[in-house]
Design a protein around this ligand. Structure first.
Ligand code: NZQ
Ligand code: ZN
Length: 382
């Protein structure tokens, strides 16, 4: 196990009706910038619940943070927050609203262009505190410090290292209004977050391996049940907590990580607009087809046995069967798993390779997913 330092300061406020707790956590007497997405919260009672909980507060509302939040939109939110001298940011929405709000919280006290902070980082001394009310299980943004910010004019989508939320309210009931496609994308995103931290090499930590496997097994078990009963509180509670546990740092203690699937997926979204979780359902099987028999081989055999209960056949056959079952899982939750099915052509592959080469980047636990390797992976996703 590698050396590590670990601290996760986010307080989880979990359960039915917990939006009522907001006044115990949001500071009174200061202007609060409350950020929203495109309006789903107006139809499922979340907006009313937040308004009621914070009646008497000086709420400055910003609406319209889109999926894959754009810097062009966030600049307007930052200007509004500055104009009203906001001292706290409350994000009400999914990963996009929360990610965008992490940048907003850093940029309100900053004098320059918010995009500078994506490129250079932010000042810990001035960043405003952020709280969240999560409405879709997927990204883990409610309990981590990451954010992903897009820039329309250059079709870029880059990671911003922000601050952890001070608290996040997770009420599984608010997920009952989610469309099936968003549920599928959230399940795929959560599954692949675990795989990015697990599917490397075995023998680094028994505890991390079993913790990661427990999240994978839970997602595999609940996914078909959620398709049948999307309004089942206990199922959605397990989904919501699985998504948070998949990317709050707890399963990554002292072990190597991959993240190549995500980095390729971000480029696909930036270039084509395909929803984040869906890109992963396409790229992960491709990554495993290219690397699963290679340096991921031993972990693939462990994954095959412990997650998919595959014990018969040669090593090659077991690995191939685990890849097949992984892809089948994504298809069963309702996602297409090949680029050509989504009409994504080789021009996108060319551009991803070009960008990775131009940036000089290489991802994966072996740092071998550079431009040419990204091409191989994308070709294996056709
Ligand atoms: O905008 P509204 O109207 O609210 O609608 C949203 C949006 O259309 C809708 N929605 C959310 N909650 C709902 C609901 N509809 C009905 N009922 C509800 N309860 O769902 C749509 C998708 O929302 P979005 O926030 O975009 O989804 P998600 O949470 O998947 O976030 C995706 C973004 O997070 C980034 C992704 O790249 C993408 O930009 N990620 C952030 C990460 C992080 N911070 O750690 C890690 C991830 O890997 C990911 O990259
Ligand atoms: Zn993700």
């Amino acid at each position: 196990m590698n050396n590590f330092k670990f601290k996760n300061p986010t307080e989880l406020i979990f359960g039915q009706g917990m939006i009522k707790e907001l006044p115990k956590r949001v500071p009174a007497g200061v202007p609060v910038l409350v950020t929203f997405g495109g309006g789903s919260v107006r139809h499922n009672g979340v907006y009313e619940a937040v308004k009621e909980a914070l009646s008497g507060y000086n709420m400055v509302e910003f609406w319209g943070i889109e999926s894959n939040p754009k810097i062009e939109t966030l600049r307007r939110a930052v200007a509004l927050g500055k104009e009203h001298n906001c001292q706290f940011v409350l994000a009400v929405g999914g990963g996009s609203v929360i990610d965008g709000s992490k940048l907003i919280a850093a940029a309100i006290p900053y004098d320059g262009d918010p995009w500078d902070l994506v490129l250079k980082g932010y000042s810990r001394d001035t960043i405003l505190p952020l709280g969240t009310v999560l409405t879709i299980p997927a990204t883990g943004s409610e309990m981590n410090s990451g954010a992903v910010i897009s820039r329309e004019e250059t079709k870029e989508k880059l990671v911003f290292r922000g601050n952890f939320p001070v608290f996040s309210v997770l009420d599984p009931e608010v997920t009952f209004s989610l469309p099936p496609y968003q549920i599928a994308c959230g399940l795929a995103d959560s599954f692949v977050h675990v795989m990015e931290q697990y599917m490397t090499t075995p023998g680094q930590s028994r505890l991390m391996d079993r913790w990661a496997e427990s999240v994978l097994l839970t997602i595999i078990e609940i996914a078909p049940l959620i398709r049948q009963k999307p309004h089942d509180y206990d199922l959605m509670a397990d989904f919501m907590l699985s998504a948070t546990m998949a990317l709050n740092g707890f399963i990554a203690l002292g072990v190597t990580q991959d993240w190549a699937t995500h980095m390729i997926g971000h480029e696909i979204t930036a270039l084509t607009g395909l929803t984040h979780g869906h890109t992963l359902a396409i790229i992960l099987p491709g990554t495993l087809r290219v690397q699963g028999h290679d340096h991921k081989r031993d972990k693939m055999l462990q994954y095959a046995e412990r997650v998919w209960h595959i014990t018969a056949g040669s090593e090659e056959e077991r690995i191939d069967e685990a890849i097949r079952r992984t892809e089948e899982f994504f298809r069963e939750i309702g996602l297409k798993t090949r680029l050509e099915e989504m009409h994504i052509g080789t021009n996108v592959t060319d551009e991803v390779e070009r960008r990775f080469v131009e940036r000089g980047v290489a991802y994966g636990e072996a740092l071998d997913v550079d431009g040419p390797m990204a091409r191989r992976i994308l070709e294996a996703c056709q």
